[in-house]
Design a protein around this ligand. Structure first.
Ligand code: NAD
Length: 392
C-alpha cells in the first residue's frame, strides 16, 4: 500500500541539497517501501533563493518562516537542515504540532537543549531520527556487522581522527552562510560538535558507551572578521580538539579532530583493535573496509600464520550492507547515497514498528560526550560523560 508523506525541508544549503536528493531517490532504490515522500515545502529566510532551490529540486511550495511551516496541516514531516542554533526551537515546535522530526547533527547546541528536544519527541510519540549518515556507509555498516559477529573479540583500542584544512588562512571570515561553523553562538562549538560528533556516534555504535574523557582544545586563529557585522571579533570555537576516552567495555580510545591538517579534506578514519581481529576505515577511501583476522569467531582456531595479514574488503557485493539496493558488484556508491540509505532505514523502521537508530535519545548520548569533552578541555580533568546505557 502506498502512503504519501509530505515533507518540509528547512534550509537549502549543503544538507538541504543532500536530503532533497534522498527524498527524490529513496523510492526508486527502495521500491519496497510503502511511504512515498513528497517534497512539499522548502523553507529558508531568503524568498528568492528558496524559490530558485525549490524550482531546481521540485518542491511544491516555499515558506520563509519555519513557524508557518509547522502550522500547516498538510505537512507530515519536518526535516531540519539549518544551523545548529535553530534545531532546538524547531524540533520542539514540530514535535508539539505532532510532526515527524528528522534533524541534522549535532542534535543541539548542548546537552540541556538535547534533553528538552528528546523529551518533546518522546512525549509526542512521533518518529524521529538524527542524520548521523556515516552509519550508512556500507563499509562502516559492515564493520558493525563484523563486531556483532564476534570477529574482533575483546576490544582493547579505538582510534578515531577527523581532519580538515579549510580554516588555516587567517582571512577566512566567521559567521553567515556556510561560515556559521566558526561562530560558537550559532554552532555551539567548533570541531567538537561538527566533526567529533560524527566520530563519537560511530565509536559508540561500534564499541559501546564512552564513560569518561580527558580533552585538550586549541583556537589557532584568535580573531576573525565576522561576515555579518564586518567587524573583527574573537573566535569562540575550538579549531582543534584531542581527547582520550574510556569505554564502558574497558577499552581505551583516542580521538583527534582539527581544521588545520593541511591536505586533509574530510579525513574521517577509525581503527578498532580487538583480541581476535582489527578493523580500519578511511572516509576518503570509503568503498573499502580493512580487516585483520587473527582467529575465527566461536572457535579457538587461529588463522595460520602464513595466511595472516590485512584484508581489503571492497564492500560492493550484494551481500554487503545496502549494496543489494544499488549496482552490481564492483560498482561503488558515494557520499549522497548514505542519505538515501539512512532515509530508507528510517521509513522501514516506521513501517515495521522497530525504529531506526540513531533517534533523538541516541543522539543525546553523543551530545553528552561532546559536552564532557568541552568541559574537560576547560578544567583539564578527566570528566564523566553521564552516557546512559542506550540502544545505539
Ligand atoms: N550529516 C552530515 O554529515 C552533515 C554535513 C554538513 C552539515 N550538517 C549539519 O546540517 C546542518 C546545516 O548545515 P549546512 O552545511 O547544510 O549549512 P548551510 O550553511 O549550507 O545551510 C544552512 C541553511 O539553513 C538556512 N537557515 C539558516 N537559518 C534559518 C532559519 N532560521 N530558518 C530557515 N532556514 C534557515 C540557510 O538559509 C541555509 O539554507 C547543521 O546542523 C550541520 O551541522 C551535517
Amino acid at each position: 500500500m502506498s502512503k504519501p508523506l509530505n515533507v518540509a525541508v528547512i534550509g537549502y544549503g549543503f544538507m538541504g541539497k543532500a536530503h532533497a536528493n534522498a527524498y527524490k531517490k529513496v523510492n526508486n532504490f527502495y521500491p519496497e517501501l510503502e511511504y512515498r515522500p513528497n517534497l512539499s515545502c522548502l523553507c529558508a529566510r531568503d524568498a528568492d533563493k528558496a524559490k530558485s532551490f525549490a524550482d531546481t529540486w521540485g518542491f511544491d511550495s516555499i515558506e520563509t518562516d519555519w513557524r508557518k511551516v509547522i502550522e500547516r496541516d498538510d505537512i507530515d514531516v519536518i526535516d531540519i537542515c539549518s544551523p545548529n542554533n535553530t534545531h532546538h526551537d524547531l524540533a520542539i515546535a514540530a514535535a508539539e504540532a505532532g510532526k515527524w522530526v528528522l534533524c541534522e547533527k549535532p542534535l543541539s547546541m548542548d546537552t540541556a537543549e538535547a534533553e528538552r528536544m528528546t523529551a518533546a519527541l518522546e512525549k509526542s510519540g512521533q518518529p524521529n531520527m538524527v542524520w548521523f549518515n556515516y552509519r550508512r556507509v556500507p563499509s562502516i555498516a559492515l564493520a558493525r556487522q563484523l563486531v556483532e559477529e564476534g570477529r574482533t573479540g575483546k576490544p582493547f583500542h579505538y582510534r578515531a581522527t577527523y581532519l580538515q584544512d579549510w580554516t588555516i588562512a587567517e582571512d577566512v571570515p566567521q559567521g553567515g552562510q556556510t561560515l556559521w561553523r566558526l561562530d560558537a553562538a550559532v554552532a555551539g562549538s567548533g570541531v567538537t560538535g561538527d566533526l567529533l560528533a560524527h566520530s563519537i556516534d560511530t565509536a559508540m555504535w561500534l564499541n559501546g558507551p564512552i564513560v569518561r574523557v580527558v580533552a585538550d582544545t586549541e583556537t589557532f586563529v584568535k580573531q576573525r572578521v565576522h561576515q555579518e557585522t564586518g567587524k573583527s571579533q574573537a573566535v569562540s570555537i575550538d579549531d582543534a580538539c584531542m581527547f582520550l576516552a574510556r569505554f564502558a567495555n574497558g577499552s581505551m580510545g583516542t580521538f583527534e579532530s582539527t581544521r588545520y591538517a593541511r591536505g586533509r579534506k574530510n579525513y574521517n578514519t577509525f581503527e578498532l583493535n580487538g583480541a581476535d581481529g582489527s578493523l580500519h576505515f578511511d572516509l576518503e577511501d570509503p568503498q573499502y573496509l580493512d580487516f585483520y583476522e587473527h582467529k575465527k569467531p566461536g572457535s579457538d582456531q587461529k588463522v595460520e600464520d602464513h595466511l595472516t595479514g590485512w584484508r581489503r574488503i571492497h564492500t560492493t557485493n550484494f551481500e554487503h550492507p545496502y549494496m543489494d539496493h544499488w549496482w552490481v558488484p564492483g560498482c561503488t556508491i558515494g557520499y549522497e547515497h548514505t542519505f538515501v540509505n539512512a532515509l530508507a532505514d528510517f521509513l522501514a523502521g516506521v513501517e515495521s514498528g522497530k525504529p531506526a537508530q540513531p533517534d533523538f535519545r541516541s543522539a543525546l548520548q553523543t551530545q553528552k560526550v561532546c559536552d564532557a569533552v568541552l568541559a574537560s578541555a576547560r578544567s583539564g580533568q578527566w570528566t564523566e560523560t553521564g552516557v546512559e546505557s542506550f540502544e545505539a
